[in-house]
Ligand binder design. Structure first.
Ligand code: NAD
Length: 296
């Protein structure tokens, strides 16, 4: 059995602190301006994982002192019906953030729905306008998961300037915005993906590895430079020998923890940061829409 030498980056604790900060600032905004930020979540169908996410988001939004609304449509809903819900939320002045829970049923074009959201209320940061703003260095709504990863990295490493980062995965939700954020921090960034030749060799060069693939325990110990910081975004449910389901990341945690300088666990690493960043984005959206600074 190899011994863990890496620092375990406690995303759950960081997320709890961030939520407390957002709660404090939300109370100040209410006190000074009489404004309570509001987040509307739209759920289509009854996907059990989405149900859990939406319930948690609603609970934590209320705990932060914000307004929370849920709009539910059946899994037979048409694209026109969903677009109408989005249009109503765009027009509602009490709504600061709109989140359409993904995945959507097959009959609905997710891109069309995302691009119907007012970019200034797009707290998921998936709208092409926000992707463009992020890529060109303008103030943007930044996707919550990569934003959470960046916060953990900066908390652990401080200045990231000049570091070599490898992002595994090129999705619009995680990989690409993660790479943009690291580039903004002056990292030298490599985006690896399913067609990358010799992924292990790419990873071995990295001071920072972000794994966002969706393949259980794919990143092995001999892919990691001693002392590197490893952020595991992956969420995979695997069946264990005893028949029980277990949540594991994209990183072979125990083995990699013996080599890395620091590593996020799954669960308890990146996952809790995503909702905390969603609340942070909702507060920012509420202030930005009204031309106010976020209370200090
Ligand atoms: P995705 O399926 O959209 O993208 C996966 C990416 O991995 C693709 O770009 C693909 O090119 C790459 N890939 C696939 N096989 C590969 C291989 N063998 N080698 C290298 N790259 C490969 O997934 P996503 O939405 O970006 O999510 C990635 C993972 O992160 C999933 O496990 C997902 O559940 C998890 N996730 C977690 C959070 C969170 O809050 N912690 C949020 C979003 C996604």
């Amino acid at each position: 059995m190899t011994e863990s030498t890496a620092t375990r980056i406690d995303g759950a604790a960081f997320a709890a602190r961030l939520r407390a900060e957002v709660t404090r600032k939300t109370a100040l905004l209410h006190e000074r301006e009489g404004i309570a930020p509001g987040l509307a979540v739209v759920l289509v169908g009854e996907d059990p994982a989405s149900e859990v996410y939406v319930r948690n988001k609603g609970k934590m939004t209320i705990e932060a002192g914000m307004n929370s609304w849920q709009h539910r449509l059946p899994d037979t809903a048409t694209q026109a019906q969903l677009l109408q819900v989005v249009a109503n939320l765009n027009a509602d002045p009490a709504v600061d953030g709109i989140l359409v829970q993904l995945p959507l049923p097959d009959q609905i074009d997710a891109d069309a729905v995302i691009h119907a959201i007012d970019p200034d209320k797009d707290v998921d940061g998936f709208h092409v306008v926000n992707a463009g703003r992020l890529a060109t260095g303008l103030p943007a709504m930044v996707p919550c998961t990569p934003l959470g990863c960046l916060m953990l990295l900066k908390d652990h490493l401080g200045d990231l300037s000049g570091m070599k980062a490898v992002v595994i995965g090129r999705s619009n939700i995680v990989g690409k915005p993660m790479a943009q954020l690291l580039l903004k921090e002056s990292c030298t960034v490599t985006i690896a993906h399913s067609r990358t030749r010799d992924l292990a060799a790419e990873c071995r060069q990295a001071d920072i590895i972000i794994a966002a693939v969706g393949r259980p325990r794919m990143v092995k110990a001999d892919w990691v430079k001693p002392g590197a910081v490893v952020i595991d975004v992956g969420i995979n449910r695997v069946r264990m020998a005893d028949g029980k389901l277990k949540l594991v990341g994209d990183v072979d945690y125990d083995a990699v923890a013996a080599v890395a300088g620091a590593i996020t666990p799954v669960p308890g690493g990146v996952g809790p940061m995503t909702i905390a960043c969603l609340l942070n984005n909702t507060l920012e959206a509420a202030c930005r829409r009204r031309g106010l600074a976020v209370p200090a």
